[in-house]
Ligand binder design. Structure first.
Ligand SMILES: [Fe+2]
Length: 240
């Protein structure tokens, strides 16, 4: 298999390119609409580069990931109505924030840092946001295996002045064929009543955060638990 492209723009399908270039009338500036909090674009990444990047991550990135596990606190409430759930989750990740970390060096070597730092990645986010985004942004790679999930949370950072007014996350999903499904459930009108499918090969989801949401346990196809993984390439963008 040939080396995957390293500029985000070169991964895009014709539909993805229309978004990047502001030619998609339904999606350009869509997240400026206060009612539009979550968005998914199936097939934004073309099939061939999606497969090539999935293969590269599977071969090169897995050993550099760190497991994250925050289980449910096993403390019995004093009263039946006093149940409280903290932030629960299980997956593996590499927060690509420190250049001297093993995961950063690995991501740099395989072209992942170059990909997520593409100017075109920010331009794509900006096209959806309908407003200017800061020229520097956060990048991360995560991986959900069979049964991995993220419990209800908001991704709210009220103590960070730059994020107080909200911010934008763009996620690229690269899912192995062994996965049967994984969903995002999010809040609308005070209820967890919205759901979208995340287990795509080359779909892009965009989130205007903070927002209550959770990610359901990744479902493997029968007998394929060992090979079931959803890779998540992530950019976090602040408004300019
Ligand atoms: Fe989240």
């Amino acid at each position: 298999m040939s080396a995957p492209p390293r500029d985000f723009a070169d991964l895009l399908s014709p539909a993805g390119r229309r978004v990047l270039e502001g030619r998609d009338r339904t999606l350009t500036g869509i997240l400026a609409d206060p009612d539009q909090r979550v968005l998914s674009i199936d097939g934004a990444i073309a099939a061939e580069p999606a497969r090539a990047w999935l293969a590269r991550l599977e071969a090169e990135m897995r050993p550099a990931l760190v497991p994250v596990s925050h289980p449910i606190e096993a403390r019995r409430p004093r009263r039946a109505t006093a149940e409280r759930l903290g932030k629960t989750m299980r997956f593996a990740t590499a927060l690509l924030a420190r250049r001297d970390s093993k995961s950063y060096r690995r991501a740099q070597r395989i072209g992942l840092v170059r990909l997520l730092r593409s100017d075109s990645f920010r331009e794509f986010a900006q096209a959806l946001a309908g407003r200017r985004l800061r020229p520097a942004w956060g990048i991360q790679v995560s991986c959900y295996g069979a049964g991995d999930y993220a419990g209800p949370h908001t991704d709210d950072f009220p103590d960070l002045p730059a994020a107080r007014a909200g911010y934008l996350d763009i996620h690229i999903s690269l899912t192995t064929p062994a996965v049967a499904g994984q969903s995002l459930v999010y809040e609308s009108g005070g209820h967890f009543c919205q759901q979208i499918e995340l287990a795509t090969l080359g779909g892009i989801t965009a989130y205007r955060l903070p927002l209550w949401h959770y990610t359901t346990p990744l479902q493997a196809r029968p007998g394929q638990e060992q090979a079931a993984r959803r890779w998540l390439l992530l950019g976090t963008f602040l408004y300019a």
